[in-house]
Design a protein around this ligand. Structure first.
Ligand code: ATP
Length: 613
C-alpha cells in the first residue's frame, strides 16, 4: 500500500482499554497531561543532544533545543512542540499505537487485578502520552525524525479505537502535538492557566520552555550540578524560589549517591522553626523529582515525620515518571529513598556538630525538638539521634550543653544511671530540693526544660547501657553520706514523722527521714509510680481524666534542718502552730515539685502563722 495516502490503524487491544478508561474516568487532575507531554518532549531533546555528539548528519540541525507551547483560546487548542529526535512513520505506529511503556503496562496490570472499579488508578500511574486524551477531542502528532531521508508524518486520533497516519510536508525536526480541547477543558487554552501548570511541574526542565513566545522556566535544577561549582548566592536564590522564603537558609546539604539508588538531593534547614513560634504543624516540603520533572511537591513518606522541617528537592532517576502525585505506588522504592536520605542527613548533622559546633548549637536551639521527637519515635534511627541530643547539666555553665556521651565519660565508676531533672528552667531546678543530694555526692544531673523531655527520656530509656533515671523518682537509691552533727535522734524522727503523718492525713502517703536532703527542710516525691509530677501537670493542663484524684505524695524530712528540729521540739507543746508549720512545709515541698494545685488555703495559713511571730 502507498504510504502517501492516509492509512487507518486499529489501536492494540490494551491501548483501547487504556484509552477507554482515560477518556471516561472522572479523574480530576487532568492538568498532568501537560507534565507528561513536556516530559516526553524533554526526553526527545535529551536524546537529540546525545545524537549530536555522535552523528554527523542530522535533519534541520540548526534548530534550538527548546520546547514551545502555544495556546489558542478561540480555537480551543493547545500545542506542544519540541525540536527533539522526532519519530519516523514506523516509530509513530510503534510508539503511539502499541503499548510500549512500562507505566501503562503497570496500570493495566493493576486494573486487571482490581477490575473496572479501580478506574481511579489512573491517578496513581499517569499514562504518558495517552493522558492527552483526558482533555482532547482530537490529537494530532506531527513529527519529523532527525534522520535525513525520512519524510514527516502526522498521526491523528480521537481516541475512540483507531488512528490515522499520513505524510505531512514541510515539518521541522521533532514533534508537534496539537490538541483540540474538549468543551469542558477550554481552560487549557488559556495562557495564564498553562503558565501556572508549567511553572508548577516543569520549572526545572533543562531545555527552555516558551509559552506563547515567552520563556517560562528560568531556574536551573541546581541539585544536578556539581556542588563545587555552585556559589552560595545561587543556593540562596534557589532556596528562596523553591520555598518562597524571605530569609537565607540556616543549613544546607547537597549530595548525590549512586548506590543503592541514584539520588541527587538538595535539602535546607530554614532559619526559623515556625512550629516553635506557634504556627501549624509543618507539612512535608521536600519535593520528589525524576530527572527534573516534578513527581510530588509534598510526598508524605519520603522522609520520616521528624524531618518535616526540611525543605528542598530529591531527584531520583529510579522513579518511574508515572508514579502518582497522589499515592506513591512504589512504597518499597520510597522507603529506600527515605532510608538513604535520612541516614545521610543524620551523618551531616553529626559532622556539623564536630566541625561547626556553634552553628550546630544554634540549629539545635531552634530545631532540637525534632531530633528529640526522632529519638523518641523513630526506632530505626534512635541510636544515632540520641547521640545528637544536648542538655545543660549541673556541671555545665548556664547556656552550655553536654552530650550524653560526654556525661557518661565523666561518670564515676560506681554510678550506674544517667540522672536527669525536669523543670521549667535552670534556676528552678537548681533552687529545688532534688538536686542537692546529687550535688553532695558529686553526681552530675542533666537539666531538661522542654515539655517533651519526659516523654523523650521515657522512650529513649538508656544510652550506652546506662539507664536514664529521673532524679526525683522515689525509687532512686543513693549512697550514704556521713551523718553530720546535730541531727534528730532516731526516736525523735519516729515521733515527728508519725505525728506529721497523722496531721497531714490524706495529703501524704508516707512521711520519712530523707537521705537526700542537705540544705532543704523537706522534699515531696511522687507516690504515684505511673504519673510523674510533670505528667500530672500536663494532664491537668489538658483536662485529662484520671487526675481528679487528690494528689498524695511521699514527704521526706531533713532531720538536720533547723525548722525540722524546732518542729520536733514544739509539736507537742504548741500543736496548733506546729500543724500550720507542717502544712506549710508540705506546700513548700509541693511548690518545689511543681505540684501545688491550689494555693488559696496557703495565704490564710501564712497570715495565721505571721500572727504568731
Ligand atoms: N515528543 C516526543 N518526541 C519523540 N518521541 C516521543 C515523544 N513523545 C512520545 N514519544 C515516543 O512515544 C513513546 C511512548 O510515549 P509515552 O509517553 O506513552 O511513554 P514513555 O514516555 O515511553 O513512558 P513514560 O511516560 O513512562 O516516560 C515514547 O517512549 C517515545 O519513544
Amino acid at each position: 500500500m502507498s504510504t502517501t495516502a492516509p492509512q487507518k490503524f486499529e489501536f492494540q487491544a490494551e491501548i483501547k482499554q487504556l484509552l477507554d478508561i482515560v477518556i471516561h474516568s472522572l479523574y480530576t487532575e487532568k492538568e498532568i497531561f501537560i507534565r507528561e507531554l513536556v516530559s516526553n518532549a524533554s526526553d526527545a531533546l535529551e536524546k537529540l543532544r546525545h545524537l549530536q555528539l555522535t552523528e554527523k548528519e542530522i535533519y534541520d540541525d540548526k534548530l534550538e533545543l527548546e520546547i514551545n507551547v502555544t495556546t489558542d483560546d478561540k480555537a480551543k487548542t493547545i500545542t506542544l512542540q519540541d525540536f527533539g529526535v522526532g519519530m519516523t512513520r514506523a516509530e509513530l505506529i510503534e510508539n503511539l499505537g502499541t503499548i510500549a511503556h512500562s507505566g501503562s503496562k503497570a496500570f493495566l496490570k493493576a486494573l486487571g487485578e482490581g477490575g473496572q472499579k479501580n478506574t481511579n488508578l489512573i491517578g496513581q500511574f499517569g499514562v504518558g502520552f495517552y493522558s492527552a486524551f483526558m482533555v482532547a477531542k482530537s490529537v494530532k502528532v506531527y513529527s519529523h525524525s532527525w534522520r535525513l531521508n525520512e519524510p514527516g508524518h502526522v498521526w491523528t486520533s480521537d481516541g475512540s479505537g483507531s488512528y490515522e497516519v499520513e505524510p505531512s510536508e514541510g515539518e521541522r525536526r521533532g514533534t508537534k502535538i496539537v490538541i483540540e480541547l474538549k468543551d469542558d477543558c477550554g481552560d487549557f487554552a488559556e495562557d495564564w492557566k498553562v503558565k501556572e501548570i508549567l511553572e508548577r511541574y516543569s520549572a526545572f526542565v533543562s531545555f527552555p520552555i516558551n509559552l506563547n513566545g515567552k520563556r517560562v522556566n528560568t531556574i536551573q535544577a541546581l541539585w544536578l550540578r556539581n556542588k563545587k561549582e555552585i556559589k552560595d548566592e545561587e543556593y540562596t536564590a534557589f532556596y528562596k524560589f523553591q520555598t518562597h522564603a524571605a530569609e537565607e537558609p540556616r543549613l544546607r546539604l547537597h549530595f548525590s549517591a549512586d548506590a543503592p539508588l541514584s539520588i541527587n538531593a538538595l535539602v535546607f534547614v530554614p532559619k526559623e522553626n515556625t512550629e516553635k513560634l506557634g504556627f501549624a504543624r509543618l507539612e512535608p516540603a521536600v519535593a520528589l523529582y525524576c530527572r527534573k520533572v516534578l513527581i510530588d511537591a509534598r510526598p508524605k513518606d519520603l522522609l520520616p515525620e521528624w524531618l518535616r522541617f526540611l525543605k528542598g528537592v530529591v531527584d531520583s532517576e529510579d522513579i518511574p515518571l508515572n508514579i502518582s502525585r497522589e499515592t506513591m505506588q512504589d512504597k518499597a522504592l520510597i522507603d529506600k529513598l527515605n532510608k538513604v536520605i535520612t541516614k545521610r542527613f543524620i551523618k551531616f548533622l553529626d559532622e556539623e556538630a564536630q566541625n561547626h559546633p556553634e552553628a550546630f548549637n544554634e540549629f539545635y536551639g531552634e530545631f532540637g525538638i525534632f531530633l528529640k521527637e526522632g529519638a523518641a519515635l523513630d526506632f530505626a534511627h534512635k541510636d544515632q539521634l540520641v547521640k545528637l541530643l544536648r542538655f545543660e547539666s549541673s556541671l555545665t555553665e548556664k547556656g552550655k550543653t553536654t552530650t550524653l556521651a560526654d556525661y557518661v565519660s565523666r561518670m564515676p565508676a560506681e554510678q550506674k544511671d544517667i540522672f536527669y531533672l525536669i523543670g521549667p528552667n535552670r534556676a528552678a531546678i537548681e533552687s529545688g530540693p532534688y538536686l542537692e543530694a546529687f550535688k553532695a555526692r558529686n553526681l552530675e544531673v542533666l537539666f531538661c526544660y522542654e515539655s517533651v523531655d519526659e516523654y523523650v527520656m521515657n522512650n529513649v530509656r538508656e544510652f550506652d547501657g546506662k539507664k536514664l533515671t529521673a532524679a526525683d523518682h522515689a525509687d532512686v537509691k543513693l549512697s550514704d553520706l556521713p551523718q553530720p552533727e546535730g541531727a534528730l535522734s532516731e526516736d525523735d524522727v519516729k515521733a515527728l514523722t508519725k505525728w506529721m503523718q497523722e496531721t497531714l492525713g490524706q495529703r501524704v502517703a508516707d512521711v520519712k527521714a530523707s537521705d537526700r536532703l542537705v540544705d532543704s527542710p523537706v522534699l515531696a516525691l511522687n507516690a504515684d509510680k505511673f504519673t510523674s509530677p510533670h505528667m500530672r501537670r500536663m494532664m491537668k493542663a489538658m483536662n485529662k481524666d484520671g487526675v481528679d484524684s487528690p494528689l498524695r505524695v511521699n514527704l521526706e524530712i531533713n532531720p538536720r534542718h533547723t525548722i525540722i528540729k524546732r518542729l520536733s521540739a514544739s509539736h507537742i507543746a504548741e500543736p496548733e502552730k506546729a500543724q500550720l508549720i507542717a502544712e506549710q512545709l508540705l506546700d513548700n515541698a509541693l511548690i518545689s515539685a511543681g505540684l501545688l494545685e491550689d494555693a488559696s488555703a496557703m495565704v490564710a495559713r501564712l497570715n495565721k502563722l505571721l500572727e504568731t511571730v
